[in-house]
Design a protein. Structure first.
Length: 315
């Protein structure tokens, strides 16, 4: 399947005054030097061609063609400067509209039929120095009998997301192998290295969720709500929040993924939001059901605290 678009400009009365047919006709006038020749080339009656041009001229209030006389061809038509400007503007509008349509289609129909699912990069490259032990140990540390990373992965619905874990640690890679989860290696220690490796592994997507691997109380319900928010508004930057305070994870739309891949820092997507104030208007918050969903595991005390929370819930 694929989306289709016909971009028309309408007059005040709602009638079409310009679109694919008139712009094609004008471009051929420019190439062939004659309205009659352009009509013949399109298999269009000359009377219809003159009507299309006349209706557009009346709507815009300026001439689109002007007569030429003499010469070997015996005269013809050429485009006015206003017509050339109109063609350029319309083609730019058409390209932008087609891009927006494609992005909306791939987002709203992600995972449907032959449309790729949204991507999900699980950030699992941090050394975890505050946790102690060997690098990356906290991600495989047991939380109520289940590794921290495994609990995080359980919140990511396979029917909505294609997941890739990005790490630098053998223990994480081994765990992903046991779970049947795709895992790739980061090329460097910074968060931007992890994000870039994940995006390269996923390829082109209509959006990508970035999740920290040490967020074990994240729920599938919240992740589904975030995907639903992007589907409703395909250009939104969707963040999980608690009482209006944004946190992780963050779901980025398609038009922001190239910028994320080009970053060179250790702060992740926050640097992009901080450096471009206009992006704040695109941020949409999804409230978590429980504030513990936003907690990550930095220390062994954090792990113990989250284990107590699970015990309170009877999990």
């Amino acid at each position: 399947m694929r989306p289709d678009l016909r971009a028309y400009l309408l007059g005040d009365d709602g009638r079409r005054v310009f679109g694919p047919g008139p712009v094609d006709l004008l471009e051929r006038v420019g190439e062939l030097g004659s309205l009659r020749a352009a009509a013949i080339d399109m298999g269009m009656a000359y009377t219809k061609a003159t009507r299309l041009v006349r209706d557009a001229e009346l709507a815009f209030g300026f001439p689109l063609t002007e007569r030429t006389v003499g010469g070997t061809g015996g005269g013809g038509s050429r485009l006015t400067a206003q017509a050339l400007d109109l063609i350029e503007r319309y083609r730019a509008f058409e390209r932008a509209s087609r891009w927006a349509l494609a992005a909306a289609y791939e987002t709203c129909f992600s995972g449907f039929a032959d449309v790729a699912r949204l991507g999900c990069v699980v950030m699992a490259s941090g050394e975890g120095t505050r946790f102690g032990g060997v690098a990356g140990e906290k991600l495989v540390a047991p939380l109520a009998g289940t590794p921290v990373l495994e609990r995080t992965l359980a919140a990511l619905p396979a029917d909505l997301l294609d997941v890739v874990v990005v790490t630098r640690w053998d223990a994480v890679e081994d765990l992903c192998g046991r779970l049947g989860v795709r895992c790739v290696r980061a090329t460097g220690p910074r968060k931007s290295d992890t994000m870039r490796a994940g995006l390269e592994a996923l390829g082109r997507r209509a959006g990508c969720l970035f999740v920290t691997g040490d967020q074990p109380l994240l729920t599938e319900k919240s992740v589904r709500a975030m995907v639903a928010a992007l589907t409703r508004e395909p250009t939104a930057i969707v963040r999980l929040a608690w009482r209006g305070q944004p946190a992780n994870p963050v779901l980025w739309p398609a038009d922001m993924l190239d910028a994320l891949a080009r970053m060179d820092n250790d702060t992740g997507g926050r640097a992009l939001l901080a450096g471009h104030a206009e992006l704040a208007d695109r941020v949409r918050l999804v409230e978590a059901a429980d504030e513990r969903e936003l907690d990550d595991v930095d220390t062994r005390e954090d792990l113990a605290r989250l284990e107590d929370a699970l015990t309170e819930r009877g999990i």
